[in-house]
Design a protein around this ligand. Structure first.
Ligand code: ADP
Length: 461
C-alpha cells in the first residue's frame, strides 16, 4: 500500500450543487483541502460556501463554465491543486478531460482515460462484457445503417425493440418499437430527435425487455488491481428511463446477487478498472436472467444508499484510491439493513414533471433516526434554470425495507419546500402504492401508473 504522503493535498471539485457539497465533505473528512468552482448563476449556491476556496469560472450556461476543460484545468493549476474530482454529469465521463488533467501532472479522481473510453462506448463496452462471459441484451454490435438492417434484426430477435441514440444518456434518446410496421416511422423520428438533441443521429438497436428490474453493482478498484463489489442497488422506479427512487440492497435471490457481483467484478477487472464505477444490469422478472446494459465510470447520484447499508464512504474512498491506497480491507463487507433514496426535484408533477426553477422561500429538511439529506439548497436560494433540477436526495435507512418505508413516510411528512413546485407530494403518493410497498414493480411501473394504465390513488399536490 502506498503511503498516506501520496494522498493529494488539495482537490479541485469540477462540479456544482449537491455533489460538489458531498465531495467537499468527504475531502474534509480525509484531510484534503478543496477548491470549488462556480458560474455567475451559482454565486449563492451552498457548494461555494463549503469549500476552502472558490473561483468563478464563467457565465451561467454550462457550456461557458462547468463544461470548459481548459478553464477548469487552469483554475486547478493556478490554485495549486494536485487532483481533480469531476463528480457526476458535466465532464465526469469525458476521457479527453481526464487525459488533460493527467497531462497537466494532476491526479484524476476516477478511472483511467482508457477505461472511460472503453466503457463509455456502447459497442466497446458490450464487446468487453461478452469477452468475459457477461450476458448482454441481444443487440446490434455497431450503429445500424438503415431501416433494412433494423428490420433484419427484428426478424431475427422478435419485437418489441428499443432504439438507443449512440450519443444519448441519462435515459434520453430511447424509443420503443412495437412491431415491424412501426419500425420505419419510429426510426426516422428517433433519428430526428437524436440529431436535434445531440447533433448525432446514429442509433443502436436492442431487444426491448418489457418486464425487468434495473439492478446495478457498485464497484471500487485500486491501482494494485483489486476490484471489490460494495453492494447492489435497485433503481426500477423510473420515469422516461430516468431513475427517481433507488434502494439497497436489491431484492434478488442470493444466487443471482452473487452471479451479478461476480460478472461486474470480472468485467471491471478485465479493463484493470480503478476507482468507483457501476455496472448496470436488467433482470428479467420471469426468468431471473440478467443482462449487462452499461457501465458508468464515475460516482453515481444514488451512491448514498450503498453507503448507508455498507458503512463505506464511497467518495472518501475515491480520494483515497486516487492517492494510491489499497482497498483490500473492503473485501469482507456485510451489508446491513435497507436504504432508499428519493430524488426531490424542482419539477411540477401536475405539469408532466416540467422543471420549475425559481425562488425557494422555505426549506425545512427532516431529521431523526435513519434520515440523511444531501442537498445544496437553503432558504432563499434561487434555483437557476441552467442546470438539472435536483434539490435534495432524501436517503432513509432502516433495519429492513418495511422500517425504511415507515421512516420515509415520516421524513416526507416533515419535509417542507416552499416557493416552487417540487416532487415531495409525488414521493408521498408513491409510498402509498401497493406495487411499491410490495416491491413488485418493474421499470415500466411508474410510467404506466402515471399515464393511468394502472389504477392508483391520485397524486397529491
Ligand atoms: P442511459 O445511458 O440513457 O441511462 P441505459 O442503457 O442505462 O440508458 O438505460 C436506462 C434505462 O432504460 C434502464 O434502466 C431501463 O429501464 C431502460 N432500458 C435500457 N435498455 C433496455 C432494454 N433493452 N429493455 C428494456 N428496458 C431497457
Amino acid at each position: 500500500m502506498s503511503s498516506a504522503a501520496a494522498r493529494p493535498g488539495r482537490v479541485l471539485i469540477a462540479n456544482r450543487g449537491e455533489i460538489a457539497v458531498r465531495i467537499a465533505r468527504a475531502a474534509r473528512d480525509v484531510g484534503i483541502e478543496t477548491v470549488g468552482v462556480f458560474s455567475d448563476a451559482d454565486r449563492e449556491c451552498r457548494h461555494v460556501r463549503v469549500v476552502d476556496r472558490a473561483v468563478c469560472i464563467g457565465p451561467a450556461p454550462a457550456q461557458s463554465s462547468y463544461l470548459k476543460p481548459d478553464a477548469l484545468v487552469h483554475v486547478a493549476e493556478a490554485t495549486g491543486c494536485d487532483a481533480v474530482h469531476p463528480g457526476y454529469g458535466f465532464l465526469a465521463e469525458d476521457a479527453d478531460f481526464a487525459q488533460q488533467v493527467c497531462d497537466a501532472g494532476m491526479t484524476w479522481v476516477g478511472p483511467t482515460p482508457e477505461s472511460i473510453r472503453t466503457m463509455g462506448h456502447k459497442a466497446a463496452a458490450r464487446a468487453a462484457a461478452m469477452s468475459v462471459d457477461v450476458p448482454v441484451v441481444p443487440g446490434s454490435d455497431s450503429v445500424i445503417a438503415d431501416v433494412a438492417e433494423a428490420i433484419e434484426f427484428g426478424n431475427r430477435h422478435g419485437y418489441p425493440l428499443l432504439l438507443k441514440a449512440s450519443a444519448g444518456g441519462g435515459g434520453k434518446g430511447m424509443r420503443i418499437v412495437a412491431d415491424a410496421t412501426d419500425l420505419p416511422r419510429t426510426l426516422s423520428l428517433a433519428r430526428q430527435e437524436a440529431a436535434g438533441a445531440f447533433g448525432n443521429d446514429s442509433m443502436y438497436i436492442e431487444k426491448y425487455l418489457p418486464r425487468v428490474r434495473h439492478v446495478e453493482v457498485q464497484l471500487l478498484g485500486d491501482a494494485d488491481g483489486h476490484v471489490v463489489a460494495i453492494g447492489d442497488r435497485d433503481c426500477s422506479i423510473q420515469r422516461r428511463h430516468q431513475k427517481v427512487v433507488e434502494e439497497a440492497p436489491a431484492a434478488v435471490p442470493e444466487t443471482t446477487r452473487r452471479a451479478m457481483s461476480s460478472a461486474a467484478t470480472r468485467l471491471a477487472a478485465s479493463v484493470r478498472y480503478r476507482n468507483a464505477g457501476t455496472v448496470e444490469f436488467l433482470v428479467d422478472v420471469e426468468t431471473g436472467a440478467f443482462y449487462f446494459i452499461e457501465m458508468n465510470t464515475r460516482i453515481q447520484v444514488e451512491h448514498p444508499v450503498t453507503e448507508e447499508v455498507s458503512g463505506v464512504d464511497l467518495v472518501a474512498w475515491q480520494l483515497r484510491i486516487a492517492a494510491g491506497e489499497c482497498i483490500e480491507e473492503l473485501t469482507a463487507l456485510e451489508a446491513r439493513g435497507h436504504a432508499i433514496e428519493f430524488r426531490v426535484t424542482a419539477e411540477d408533477p401536475e405539469r408532466d414533471f416540467l422543471p420549475v426553477p425559481g425562488l425557494i422561500t422555505e426549506f425545512e429538511i427532516p431529521g431523526g433516526p435513519g434520515i440523511r439529506c444531501d442537498s445544496h439548497v437553503t432558504d432563499g436560494y434561487r434555483v437557476p434554470p441552467y442546470y438539472d433540477s435536483l434539490l435534495a436526495k432524501l436517503v432513509v435507512s432502516g433495519r429492513d425495507r418495511e422500517q425504511a418505508i415507515r421512516r420515509a413516510r415520516r421524513a416526507l411528512a416533515e419535509f417542507r419546500v416552499g416557493g416552487i413546485a417540487n416532487t415531495i407530494g409525488f414521493h408521498r403518493w408513491l409510498l402509498q402504492q401497493p406495487e411499491f410497498i410490495e416491491g413488485s414493480h418493474t421499470t415500466a411501473y411508474l410510467s404506466d401508473a402515471l399515464s393511468g394504465s394502472i389504477e392508483t390513488q391520485e397524486v397529491p399536490t
